[in-house]
Write a protein that binds this ligand. Structure first.
Ligand code: HEM
Length: 146
């Protein structure tokens, strides 16, 4: 359960991050693929180059963050994205990696504006969003296996 303060920080920083959204996600992919080259196989490199995937991920994260205190509002979107994830075999253990590099990218792009409070709040919010995806995907994998 996120504190009111965390929710407040996350919601109030969404516009700032959205403005730098593509810088953040481009930086995120570059660093993540440098450290985990095996993840490149998961992602469609054509979409990467065209800049479509960075945009899609950024938009999804900010949409989720805006509804961080009522994720039920975005569950239809989560379900839809999860279908794509499921078809590509995205696994629960991938989420902390993505979270780590997303936070790193936010820090790098925002610089001094990324205070510890902001980074901590986004870390918690990402955890909540990731859990929603992991739960939905777990159900899908279970259904596919039976
Ligand atoms: C695709 C969001 C976590 C791997 C997508 C798309 C969105 C998205 C919006 C595009 C869906 C579409 O084209 O229909 C998110 C969010 C995440 C997350 C919000 C975290 C909460 C992850 C993780 C992985 C992953 C942990 C695995 C490392 C992929 C791949 C695609 C994808 C491989 C397809 C990319 C392509 O077409 O090139 N994701 N995702 N995602 N996601 Fe995620």
């Amino acid at each position: 359960e996120l504190s009111e303060e965390t929710v407040r920080i996350v919601k109030s920083t969404v516009p700032v991050l959205a403005e730098r959204g593509e810088d953040i996600t481009t930086c995120f992919y570059q660093q993540m693929f440098a450290d985990y080259p095996e993840l490149k196989n998961l992602f469609n490199q054509t979409n990467q180059k065209a800049g479509r995937q960075p945009k899609a991920l950024a938009n999804a994260v900010y949409a989720a963050a805006q509804h961080i205190d009522d994720l039920s509002a975005i569950m239809p979107t989560v379900m839809q994205i999860s279908e794509k994830h499921r078809s590509l075999n995205v696994k629960p253990e991938h989420y902390p990696i993505v979270g780590e590099y997303l936070l790193l990218a936010i820090k790098e792009v925002l610089g001094d504006a990324a205070t510890d409070d902001i980074i901590e709040a986004w870390g918690e919010a990402y955890g909540v969003i990731a859990n929603a995806f992991i739960e939905v995907e777990k159900q899908k994998y279970k259904a596919a296996a039976s």
